[in-house]
Design a protein around this ligand. Sequence first.
Ligand code: INI
Length: 170
Amino acid sequence: MKTFETSTDAKGLRVAVVVGRFNQLICAKLLEGAADELTRRGASPDDVHVAWVPGAFEIPQAVRALAGSGRYDAVVALGAVIRGGTPHFDYVCRGVTDGVREAIRDTGVPVGFGVLTCDDVDQAFARAGGSDGNKGAEAALAAIEMVRLLARTSDAPEDAAAANERTGRR
Ligand code: INI
């Protein structure tokens, strides 16, 4: 089997983070997780640009604009949609997931998807730096990996042994 090498090195990457203001306490924690992940993996804080939007429904439009600007290697989308007693939840969830997917398709720019869709606030806090990790950090990591993978898809995949030899990994 041959494998395309990827990497989780964010050095030199310019990343836009789009974050919803709705459920702001939760979203701020997602942002903290994403920013920490990007900088810990080598991105310069000056190259991480944050765009706040009113709510999850507005996320795709900002993602599309930033991804299409040609100025970013990747975008990270962060938000928190929490189920209420009406079908509104389903419409907002559908809007944000379809919209972000379309932005990826139209621009080809990797977008890490860190939009929580939760039954209640406790579940959301658990996923925003609580007992279930930080989905903002996970989305940032996914975006980095996709940038690195897409940069290598025109290369031939390598034997695992050859790849390890080249990168000095065992
Ligand atoms: N936006 C969210 O990000 N999370 C929610 O839970 C939410 N709820 O529950 O309504 C929400 N609604 C606002 C929506 O995203 C838009 O900002 C609004 O409809 C204005 O276009």
